[in-house]
Ligand binder design. Sequence first.
Ligand code: PBG
Length: 330
Amino acid sequence: MAVFPQMRLRRLRRTDWMRRMVAETRLDVSDLVLTTIVSDAGPDRVDIPSLPGVQRLSIKALVEQAQQAADLGIPALALFPNISQNQKSEDAAEAANPKGLVPEAVRAIKKAVPNIGVIVDVALDPYTSHGHDGLMEGETILNDPTVAMLSKVGAMLAEAGADIVAPSDMMDGRIEAVRQGLDDAGHTDVAILSYAAKFASGFYGPYRDAIGTSAALKGDKRTYQMNPANIDVALREVEMDLAEGADMVMVKPGMPYLDVIAAIKAEFARPTFAFQVSGEYAMMKAAGANGWLDYDRIMMESLMSFKRAGCDGILTYAAIEVAEQLNKSG
Ligand code: PBG
């Protein structure tokens, strides 16, 4: 094997065309899933201070954004609701309301923009008065009653037209229950994207501001979301979710967990997604706004790292601006 000085690795880095020609990984608009926040109150667009560039949207504004995303070639969007305080309750009843904000938003998007995929979270946290992802008894998050409810919510969202449901609660056994709920209701073609390895993370802060759960949340989510110290358990979570019928799996947050993504892809070879969460996006935006880092460049670099780690796609708040950039340079 040739070694230096016969071999010089810099030969293939000399020019832009050469670097492009030998690139091992590519980022494409089809890799992006747009993360959106829909709100049931207030004006059409409301800025979110800790999530610069992202707005809470009315259903009307959301449909416009869905159209913009579809026009850019973004394959799908993920929908998260900001629910008014007076609709939240201990039992999260509003989560199962077939005339609620999310099902109405899904119907509106599917009608106006049929060529974009709609992914909806199946989770109770936007609807509970305490901000947790499960029903509570005292200080305890109840697993099985939560799972039973998620199963109903999943079927209701499929009925509204969701293409993919994404349980994000980290209860045990919920994938099987959601699959059963979908199948029993005749939605055998609706896919499940499981938040399989979701960590109890400090990076979710701005999202909780965006959906209005920061103030309400009592305690933390460490009894159901994963310990950031663990990777063996992440593989087990994925194994169980796949066995229960998940079509795709997700790791969340993204950038601090690239090792987890790479291990999952290597072990299971299934469609694997990362969620570049609110805190990842916010800190890049903040550094960019301060002139400390070049935002466009680090966003691209960060998204590329997900692809290199083995991701098939990335949920990101930056999907529209990134798609615009990719379409420009492509
Ligand atoms: C919970 C949920 C979370 C996010 C989406 N759904 C995390 C949490 O509040 O624990 C985070 C998304 C983000 O930070 O961008 N069902």
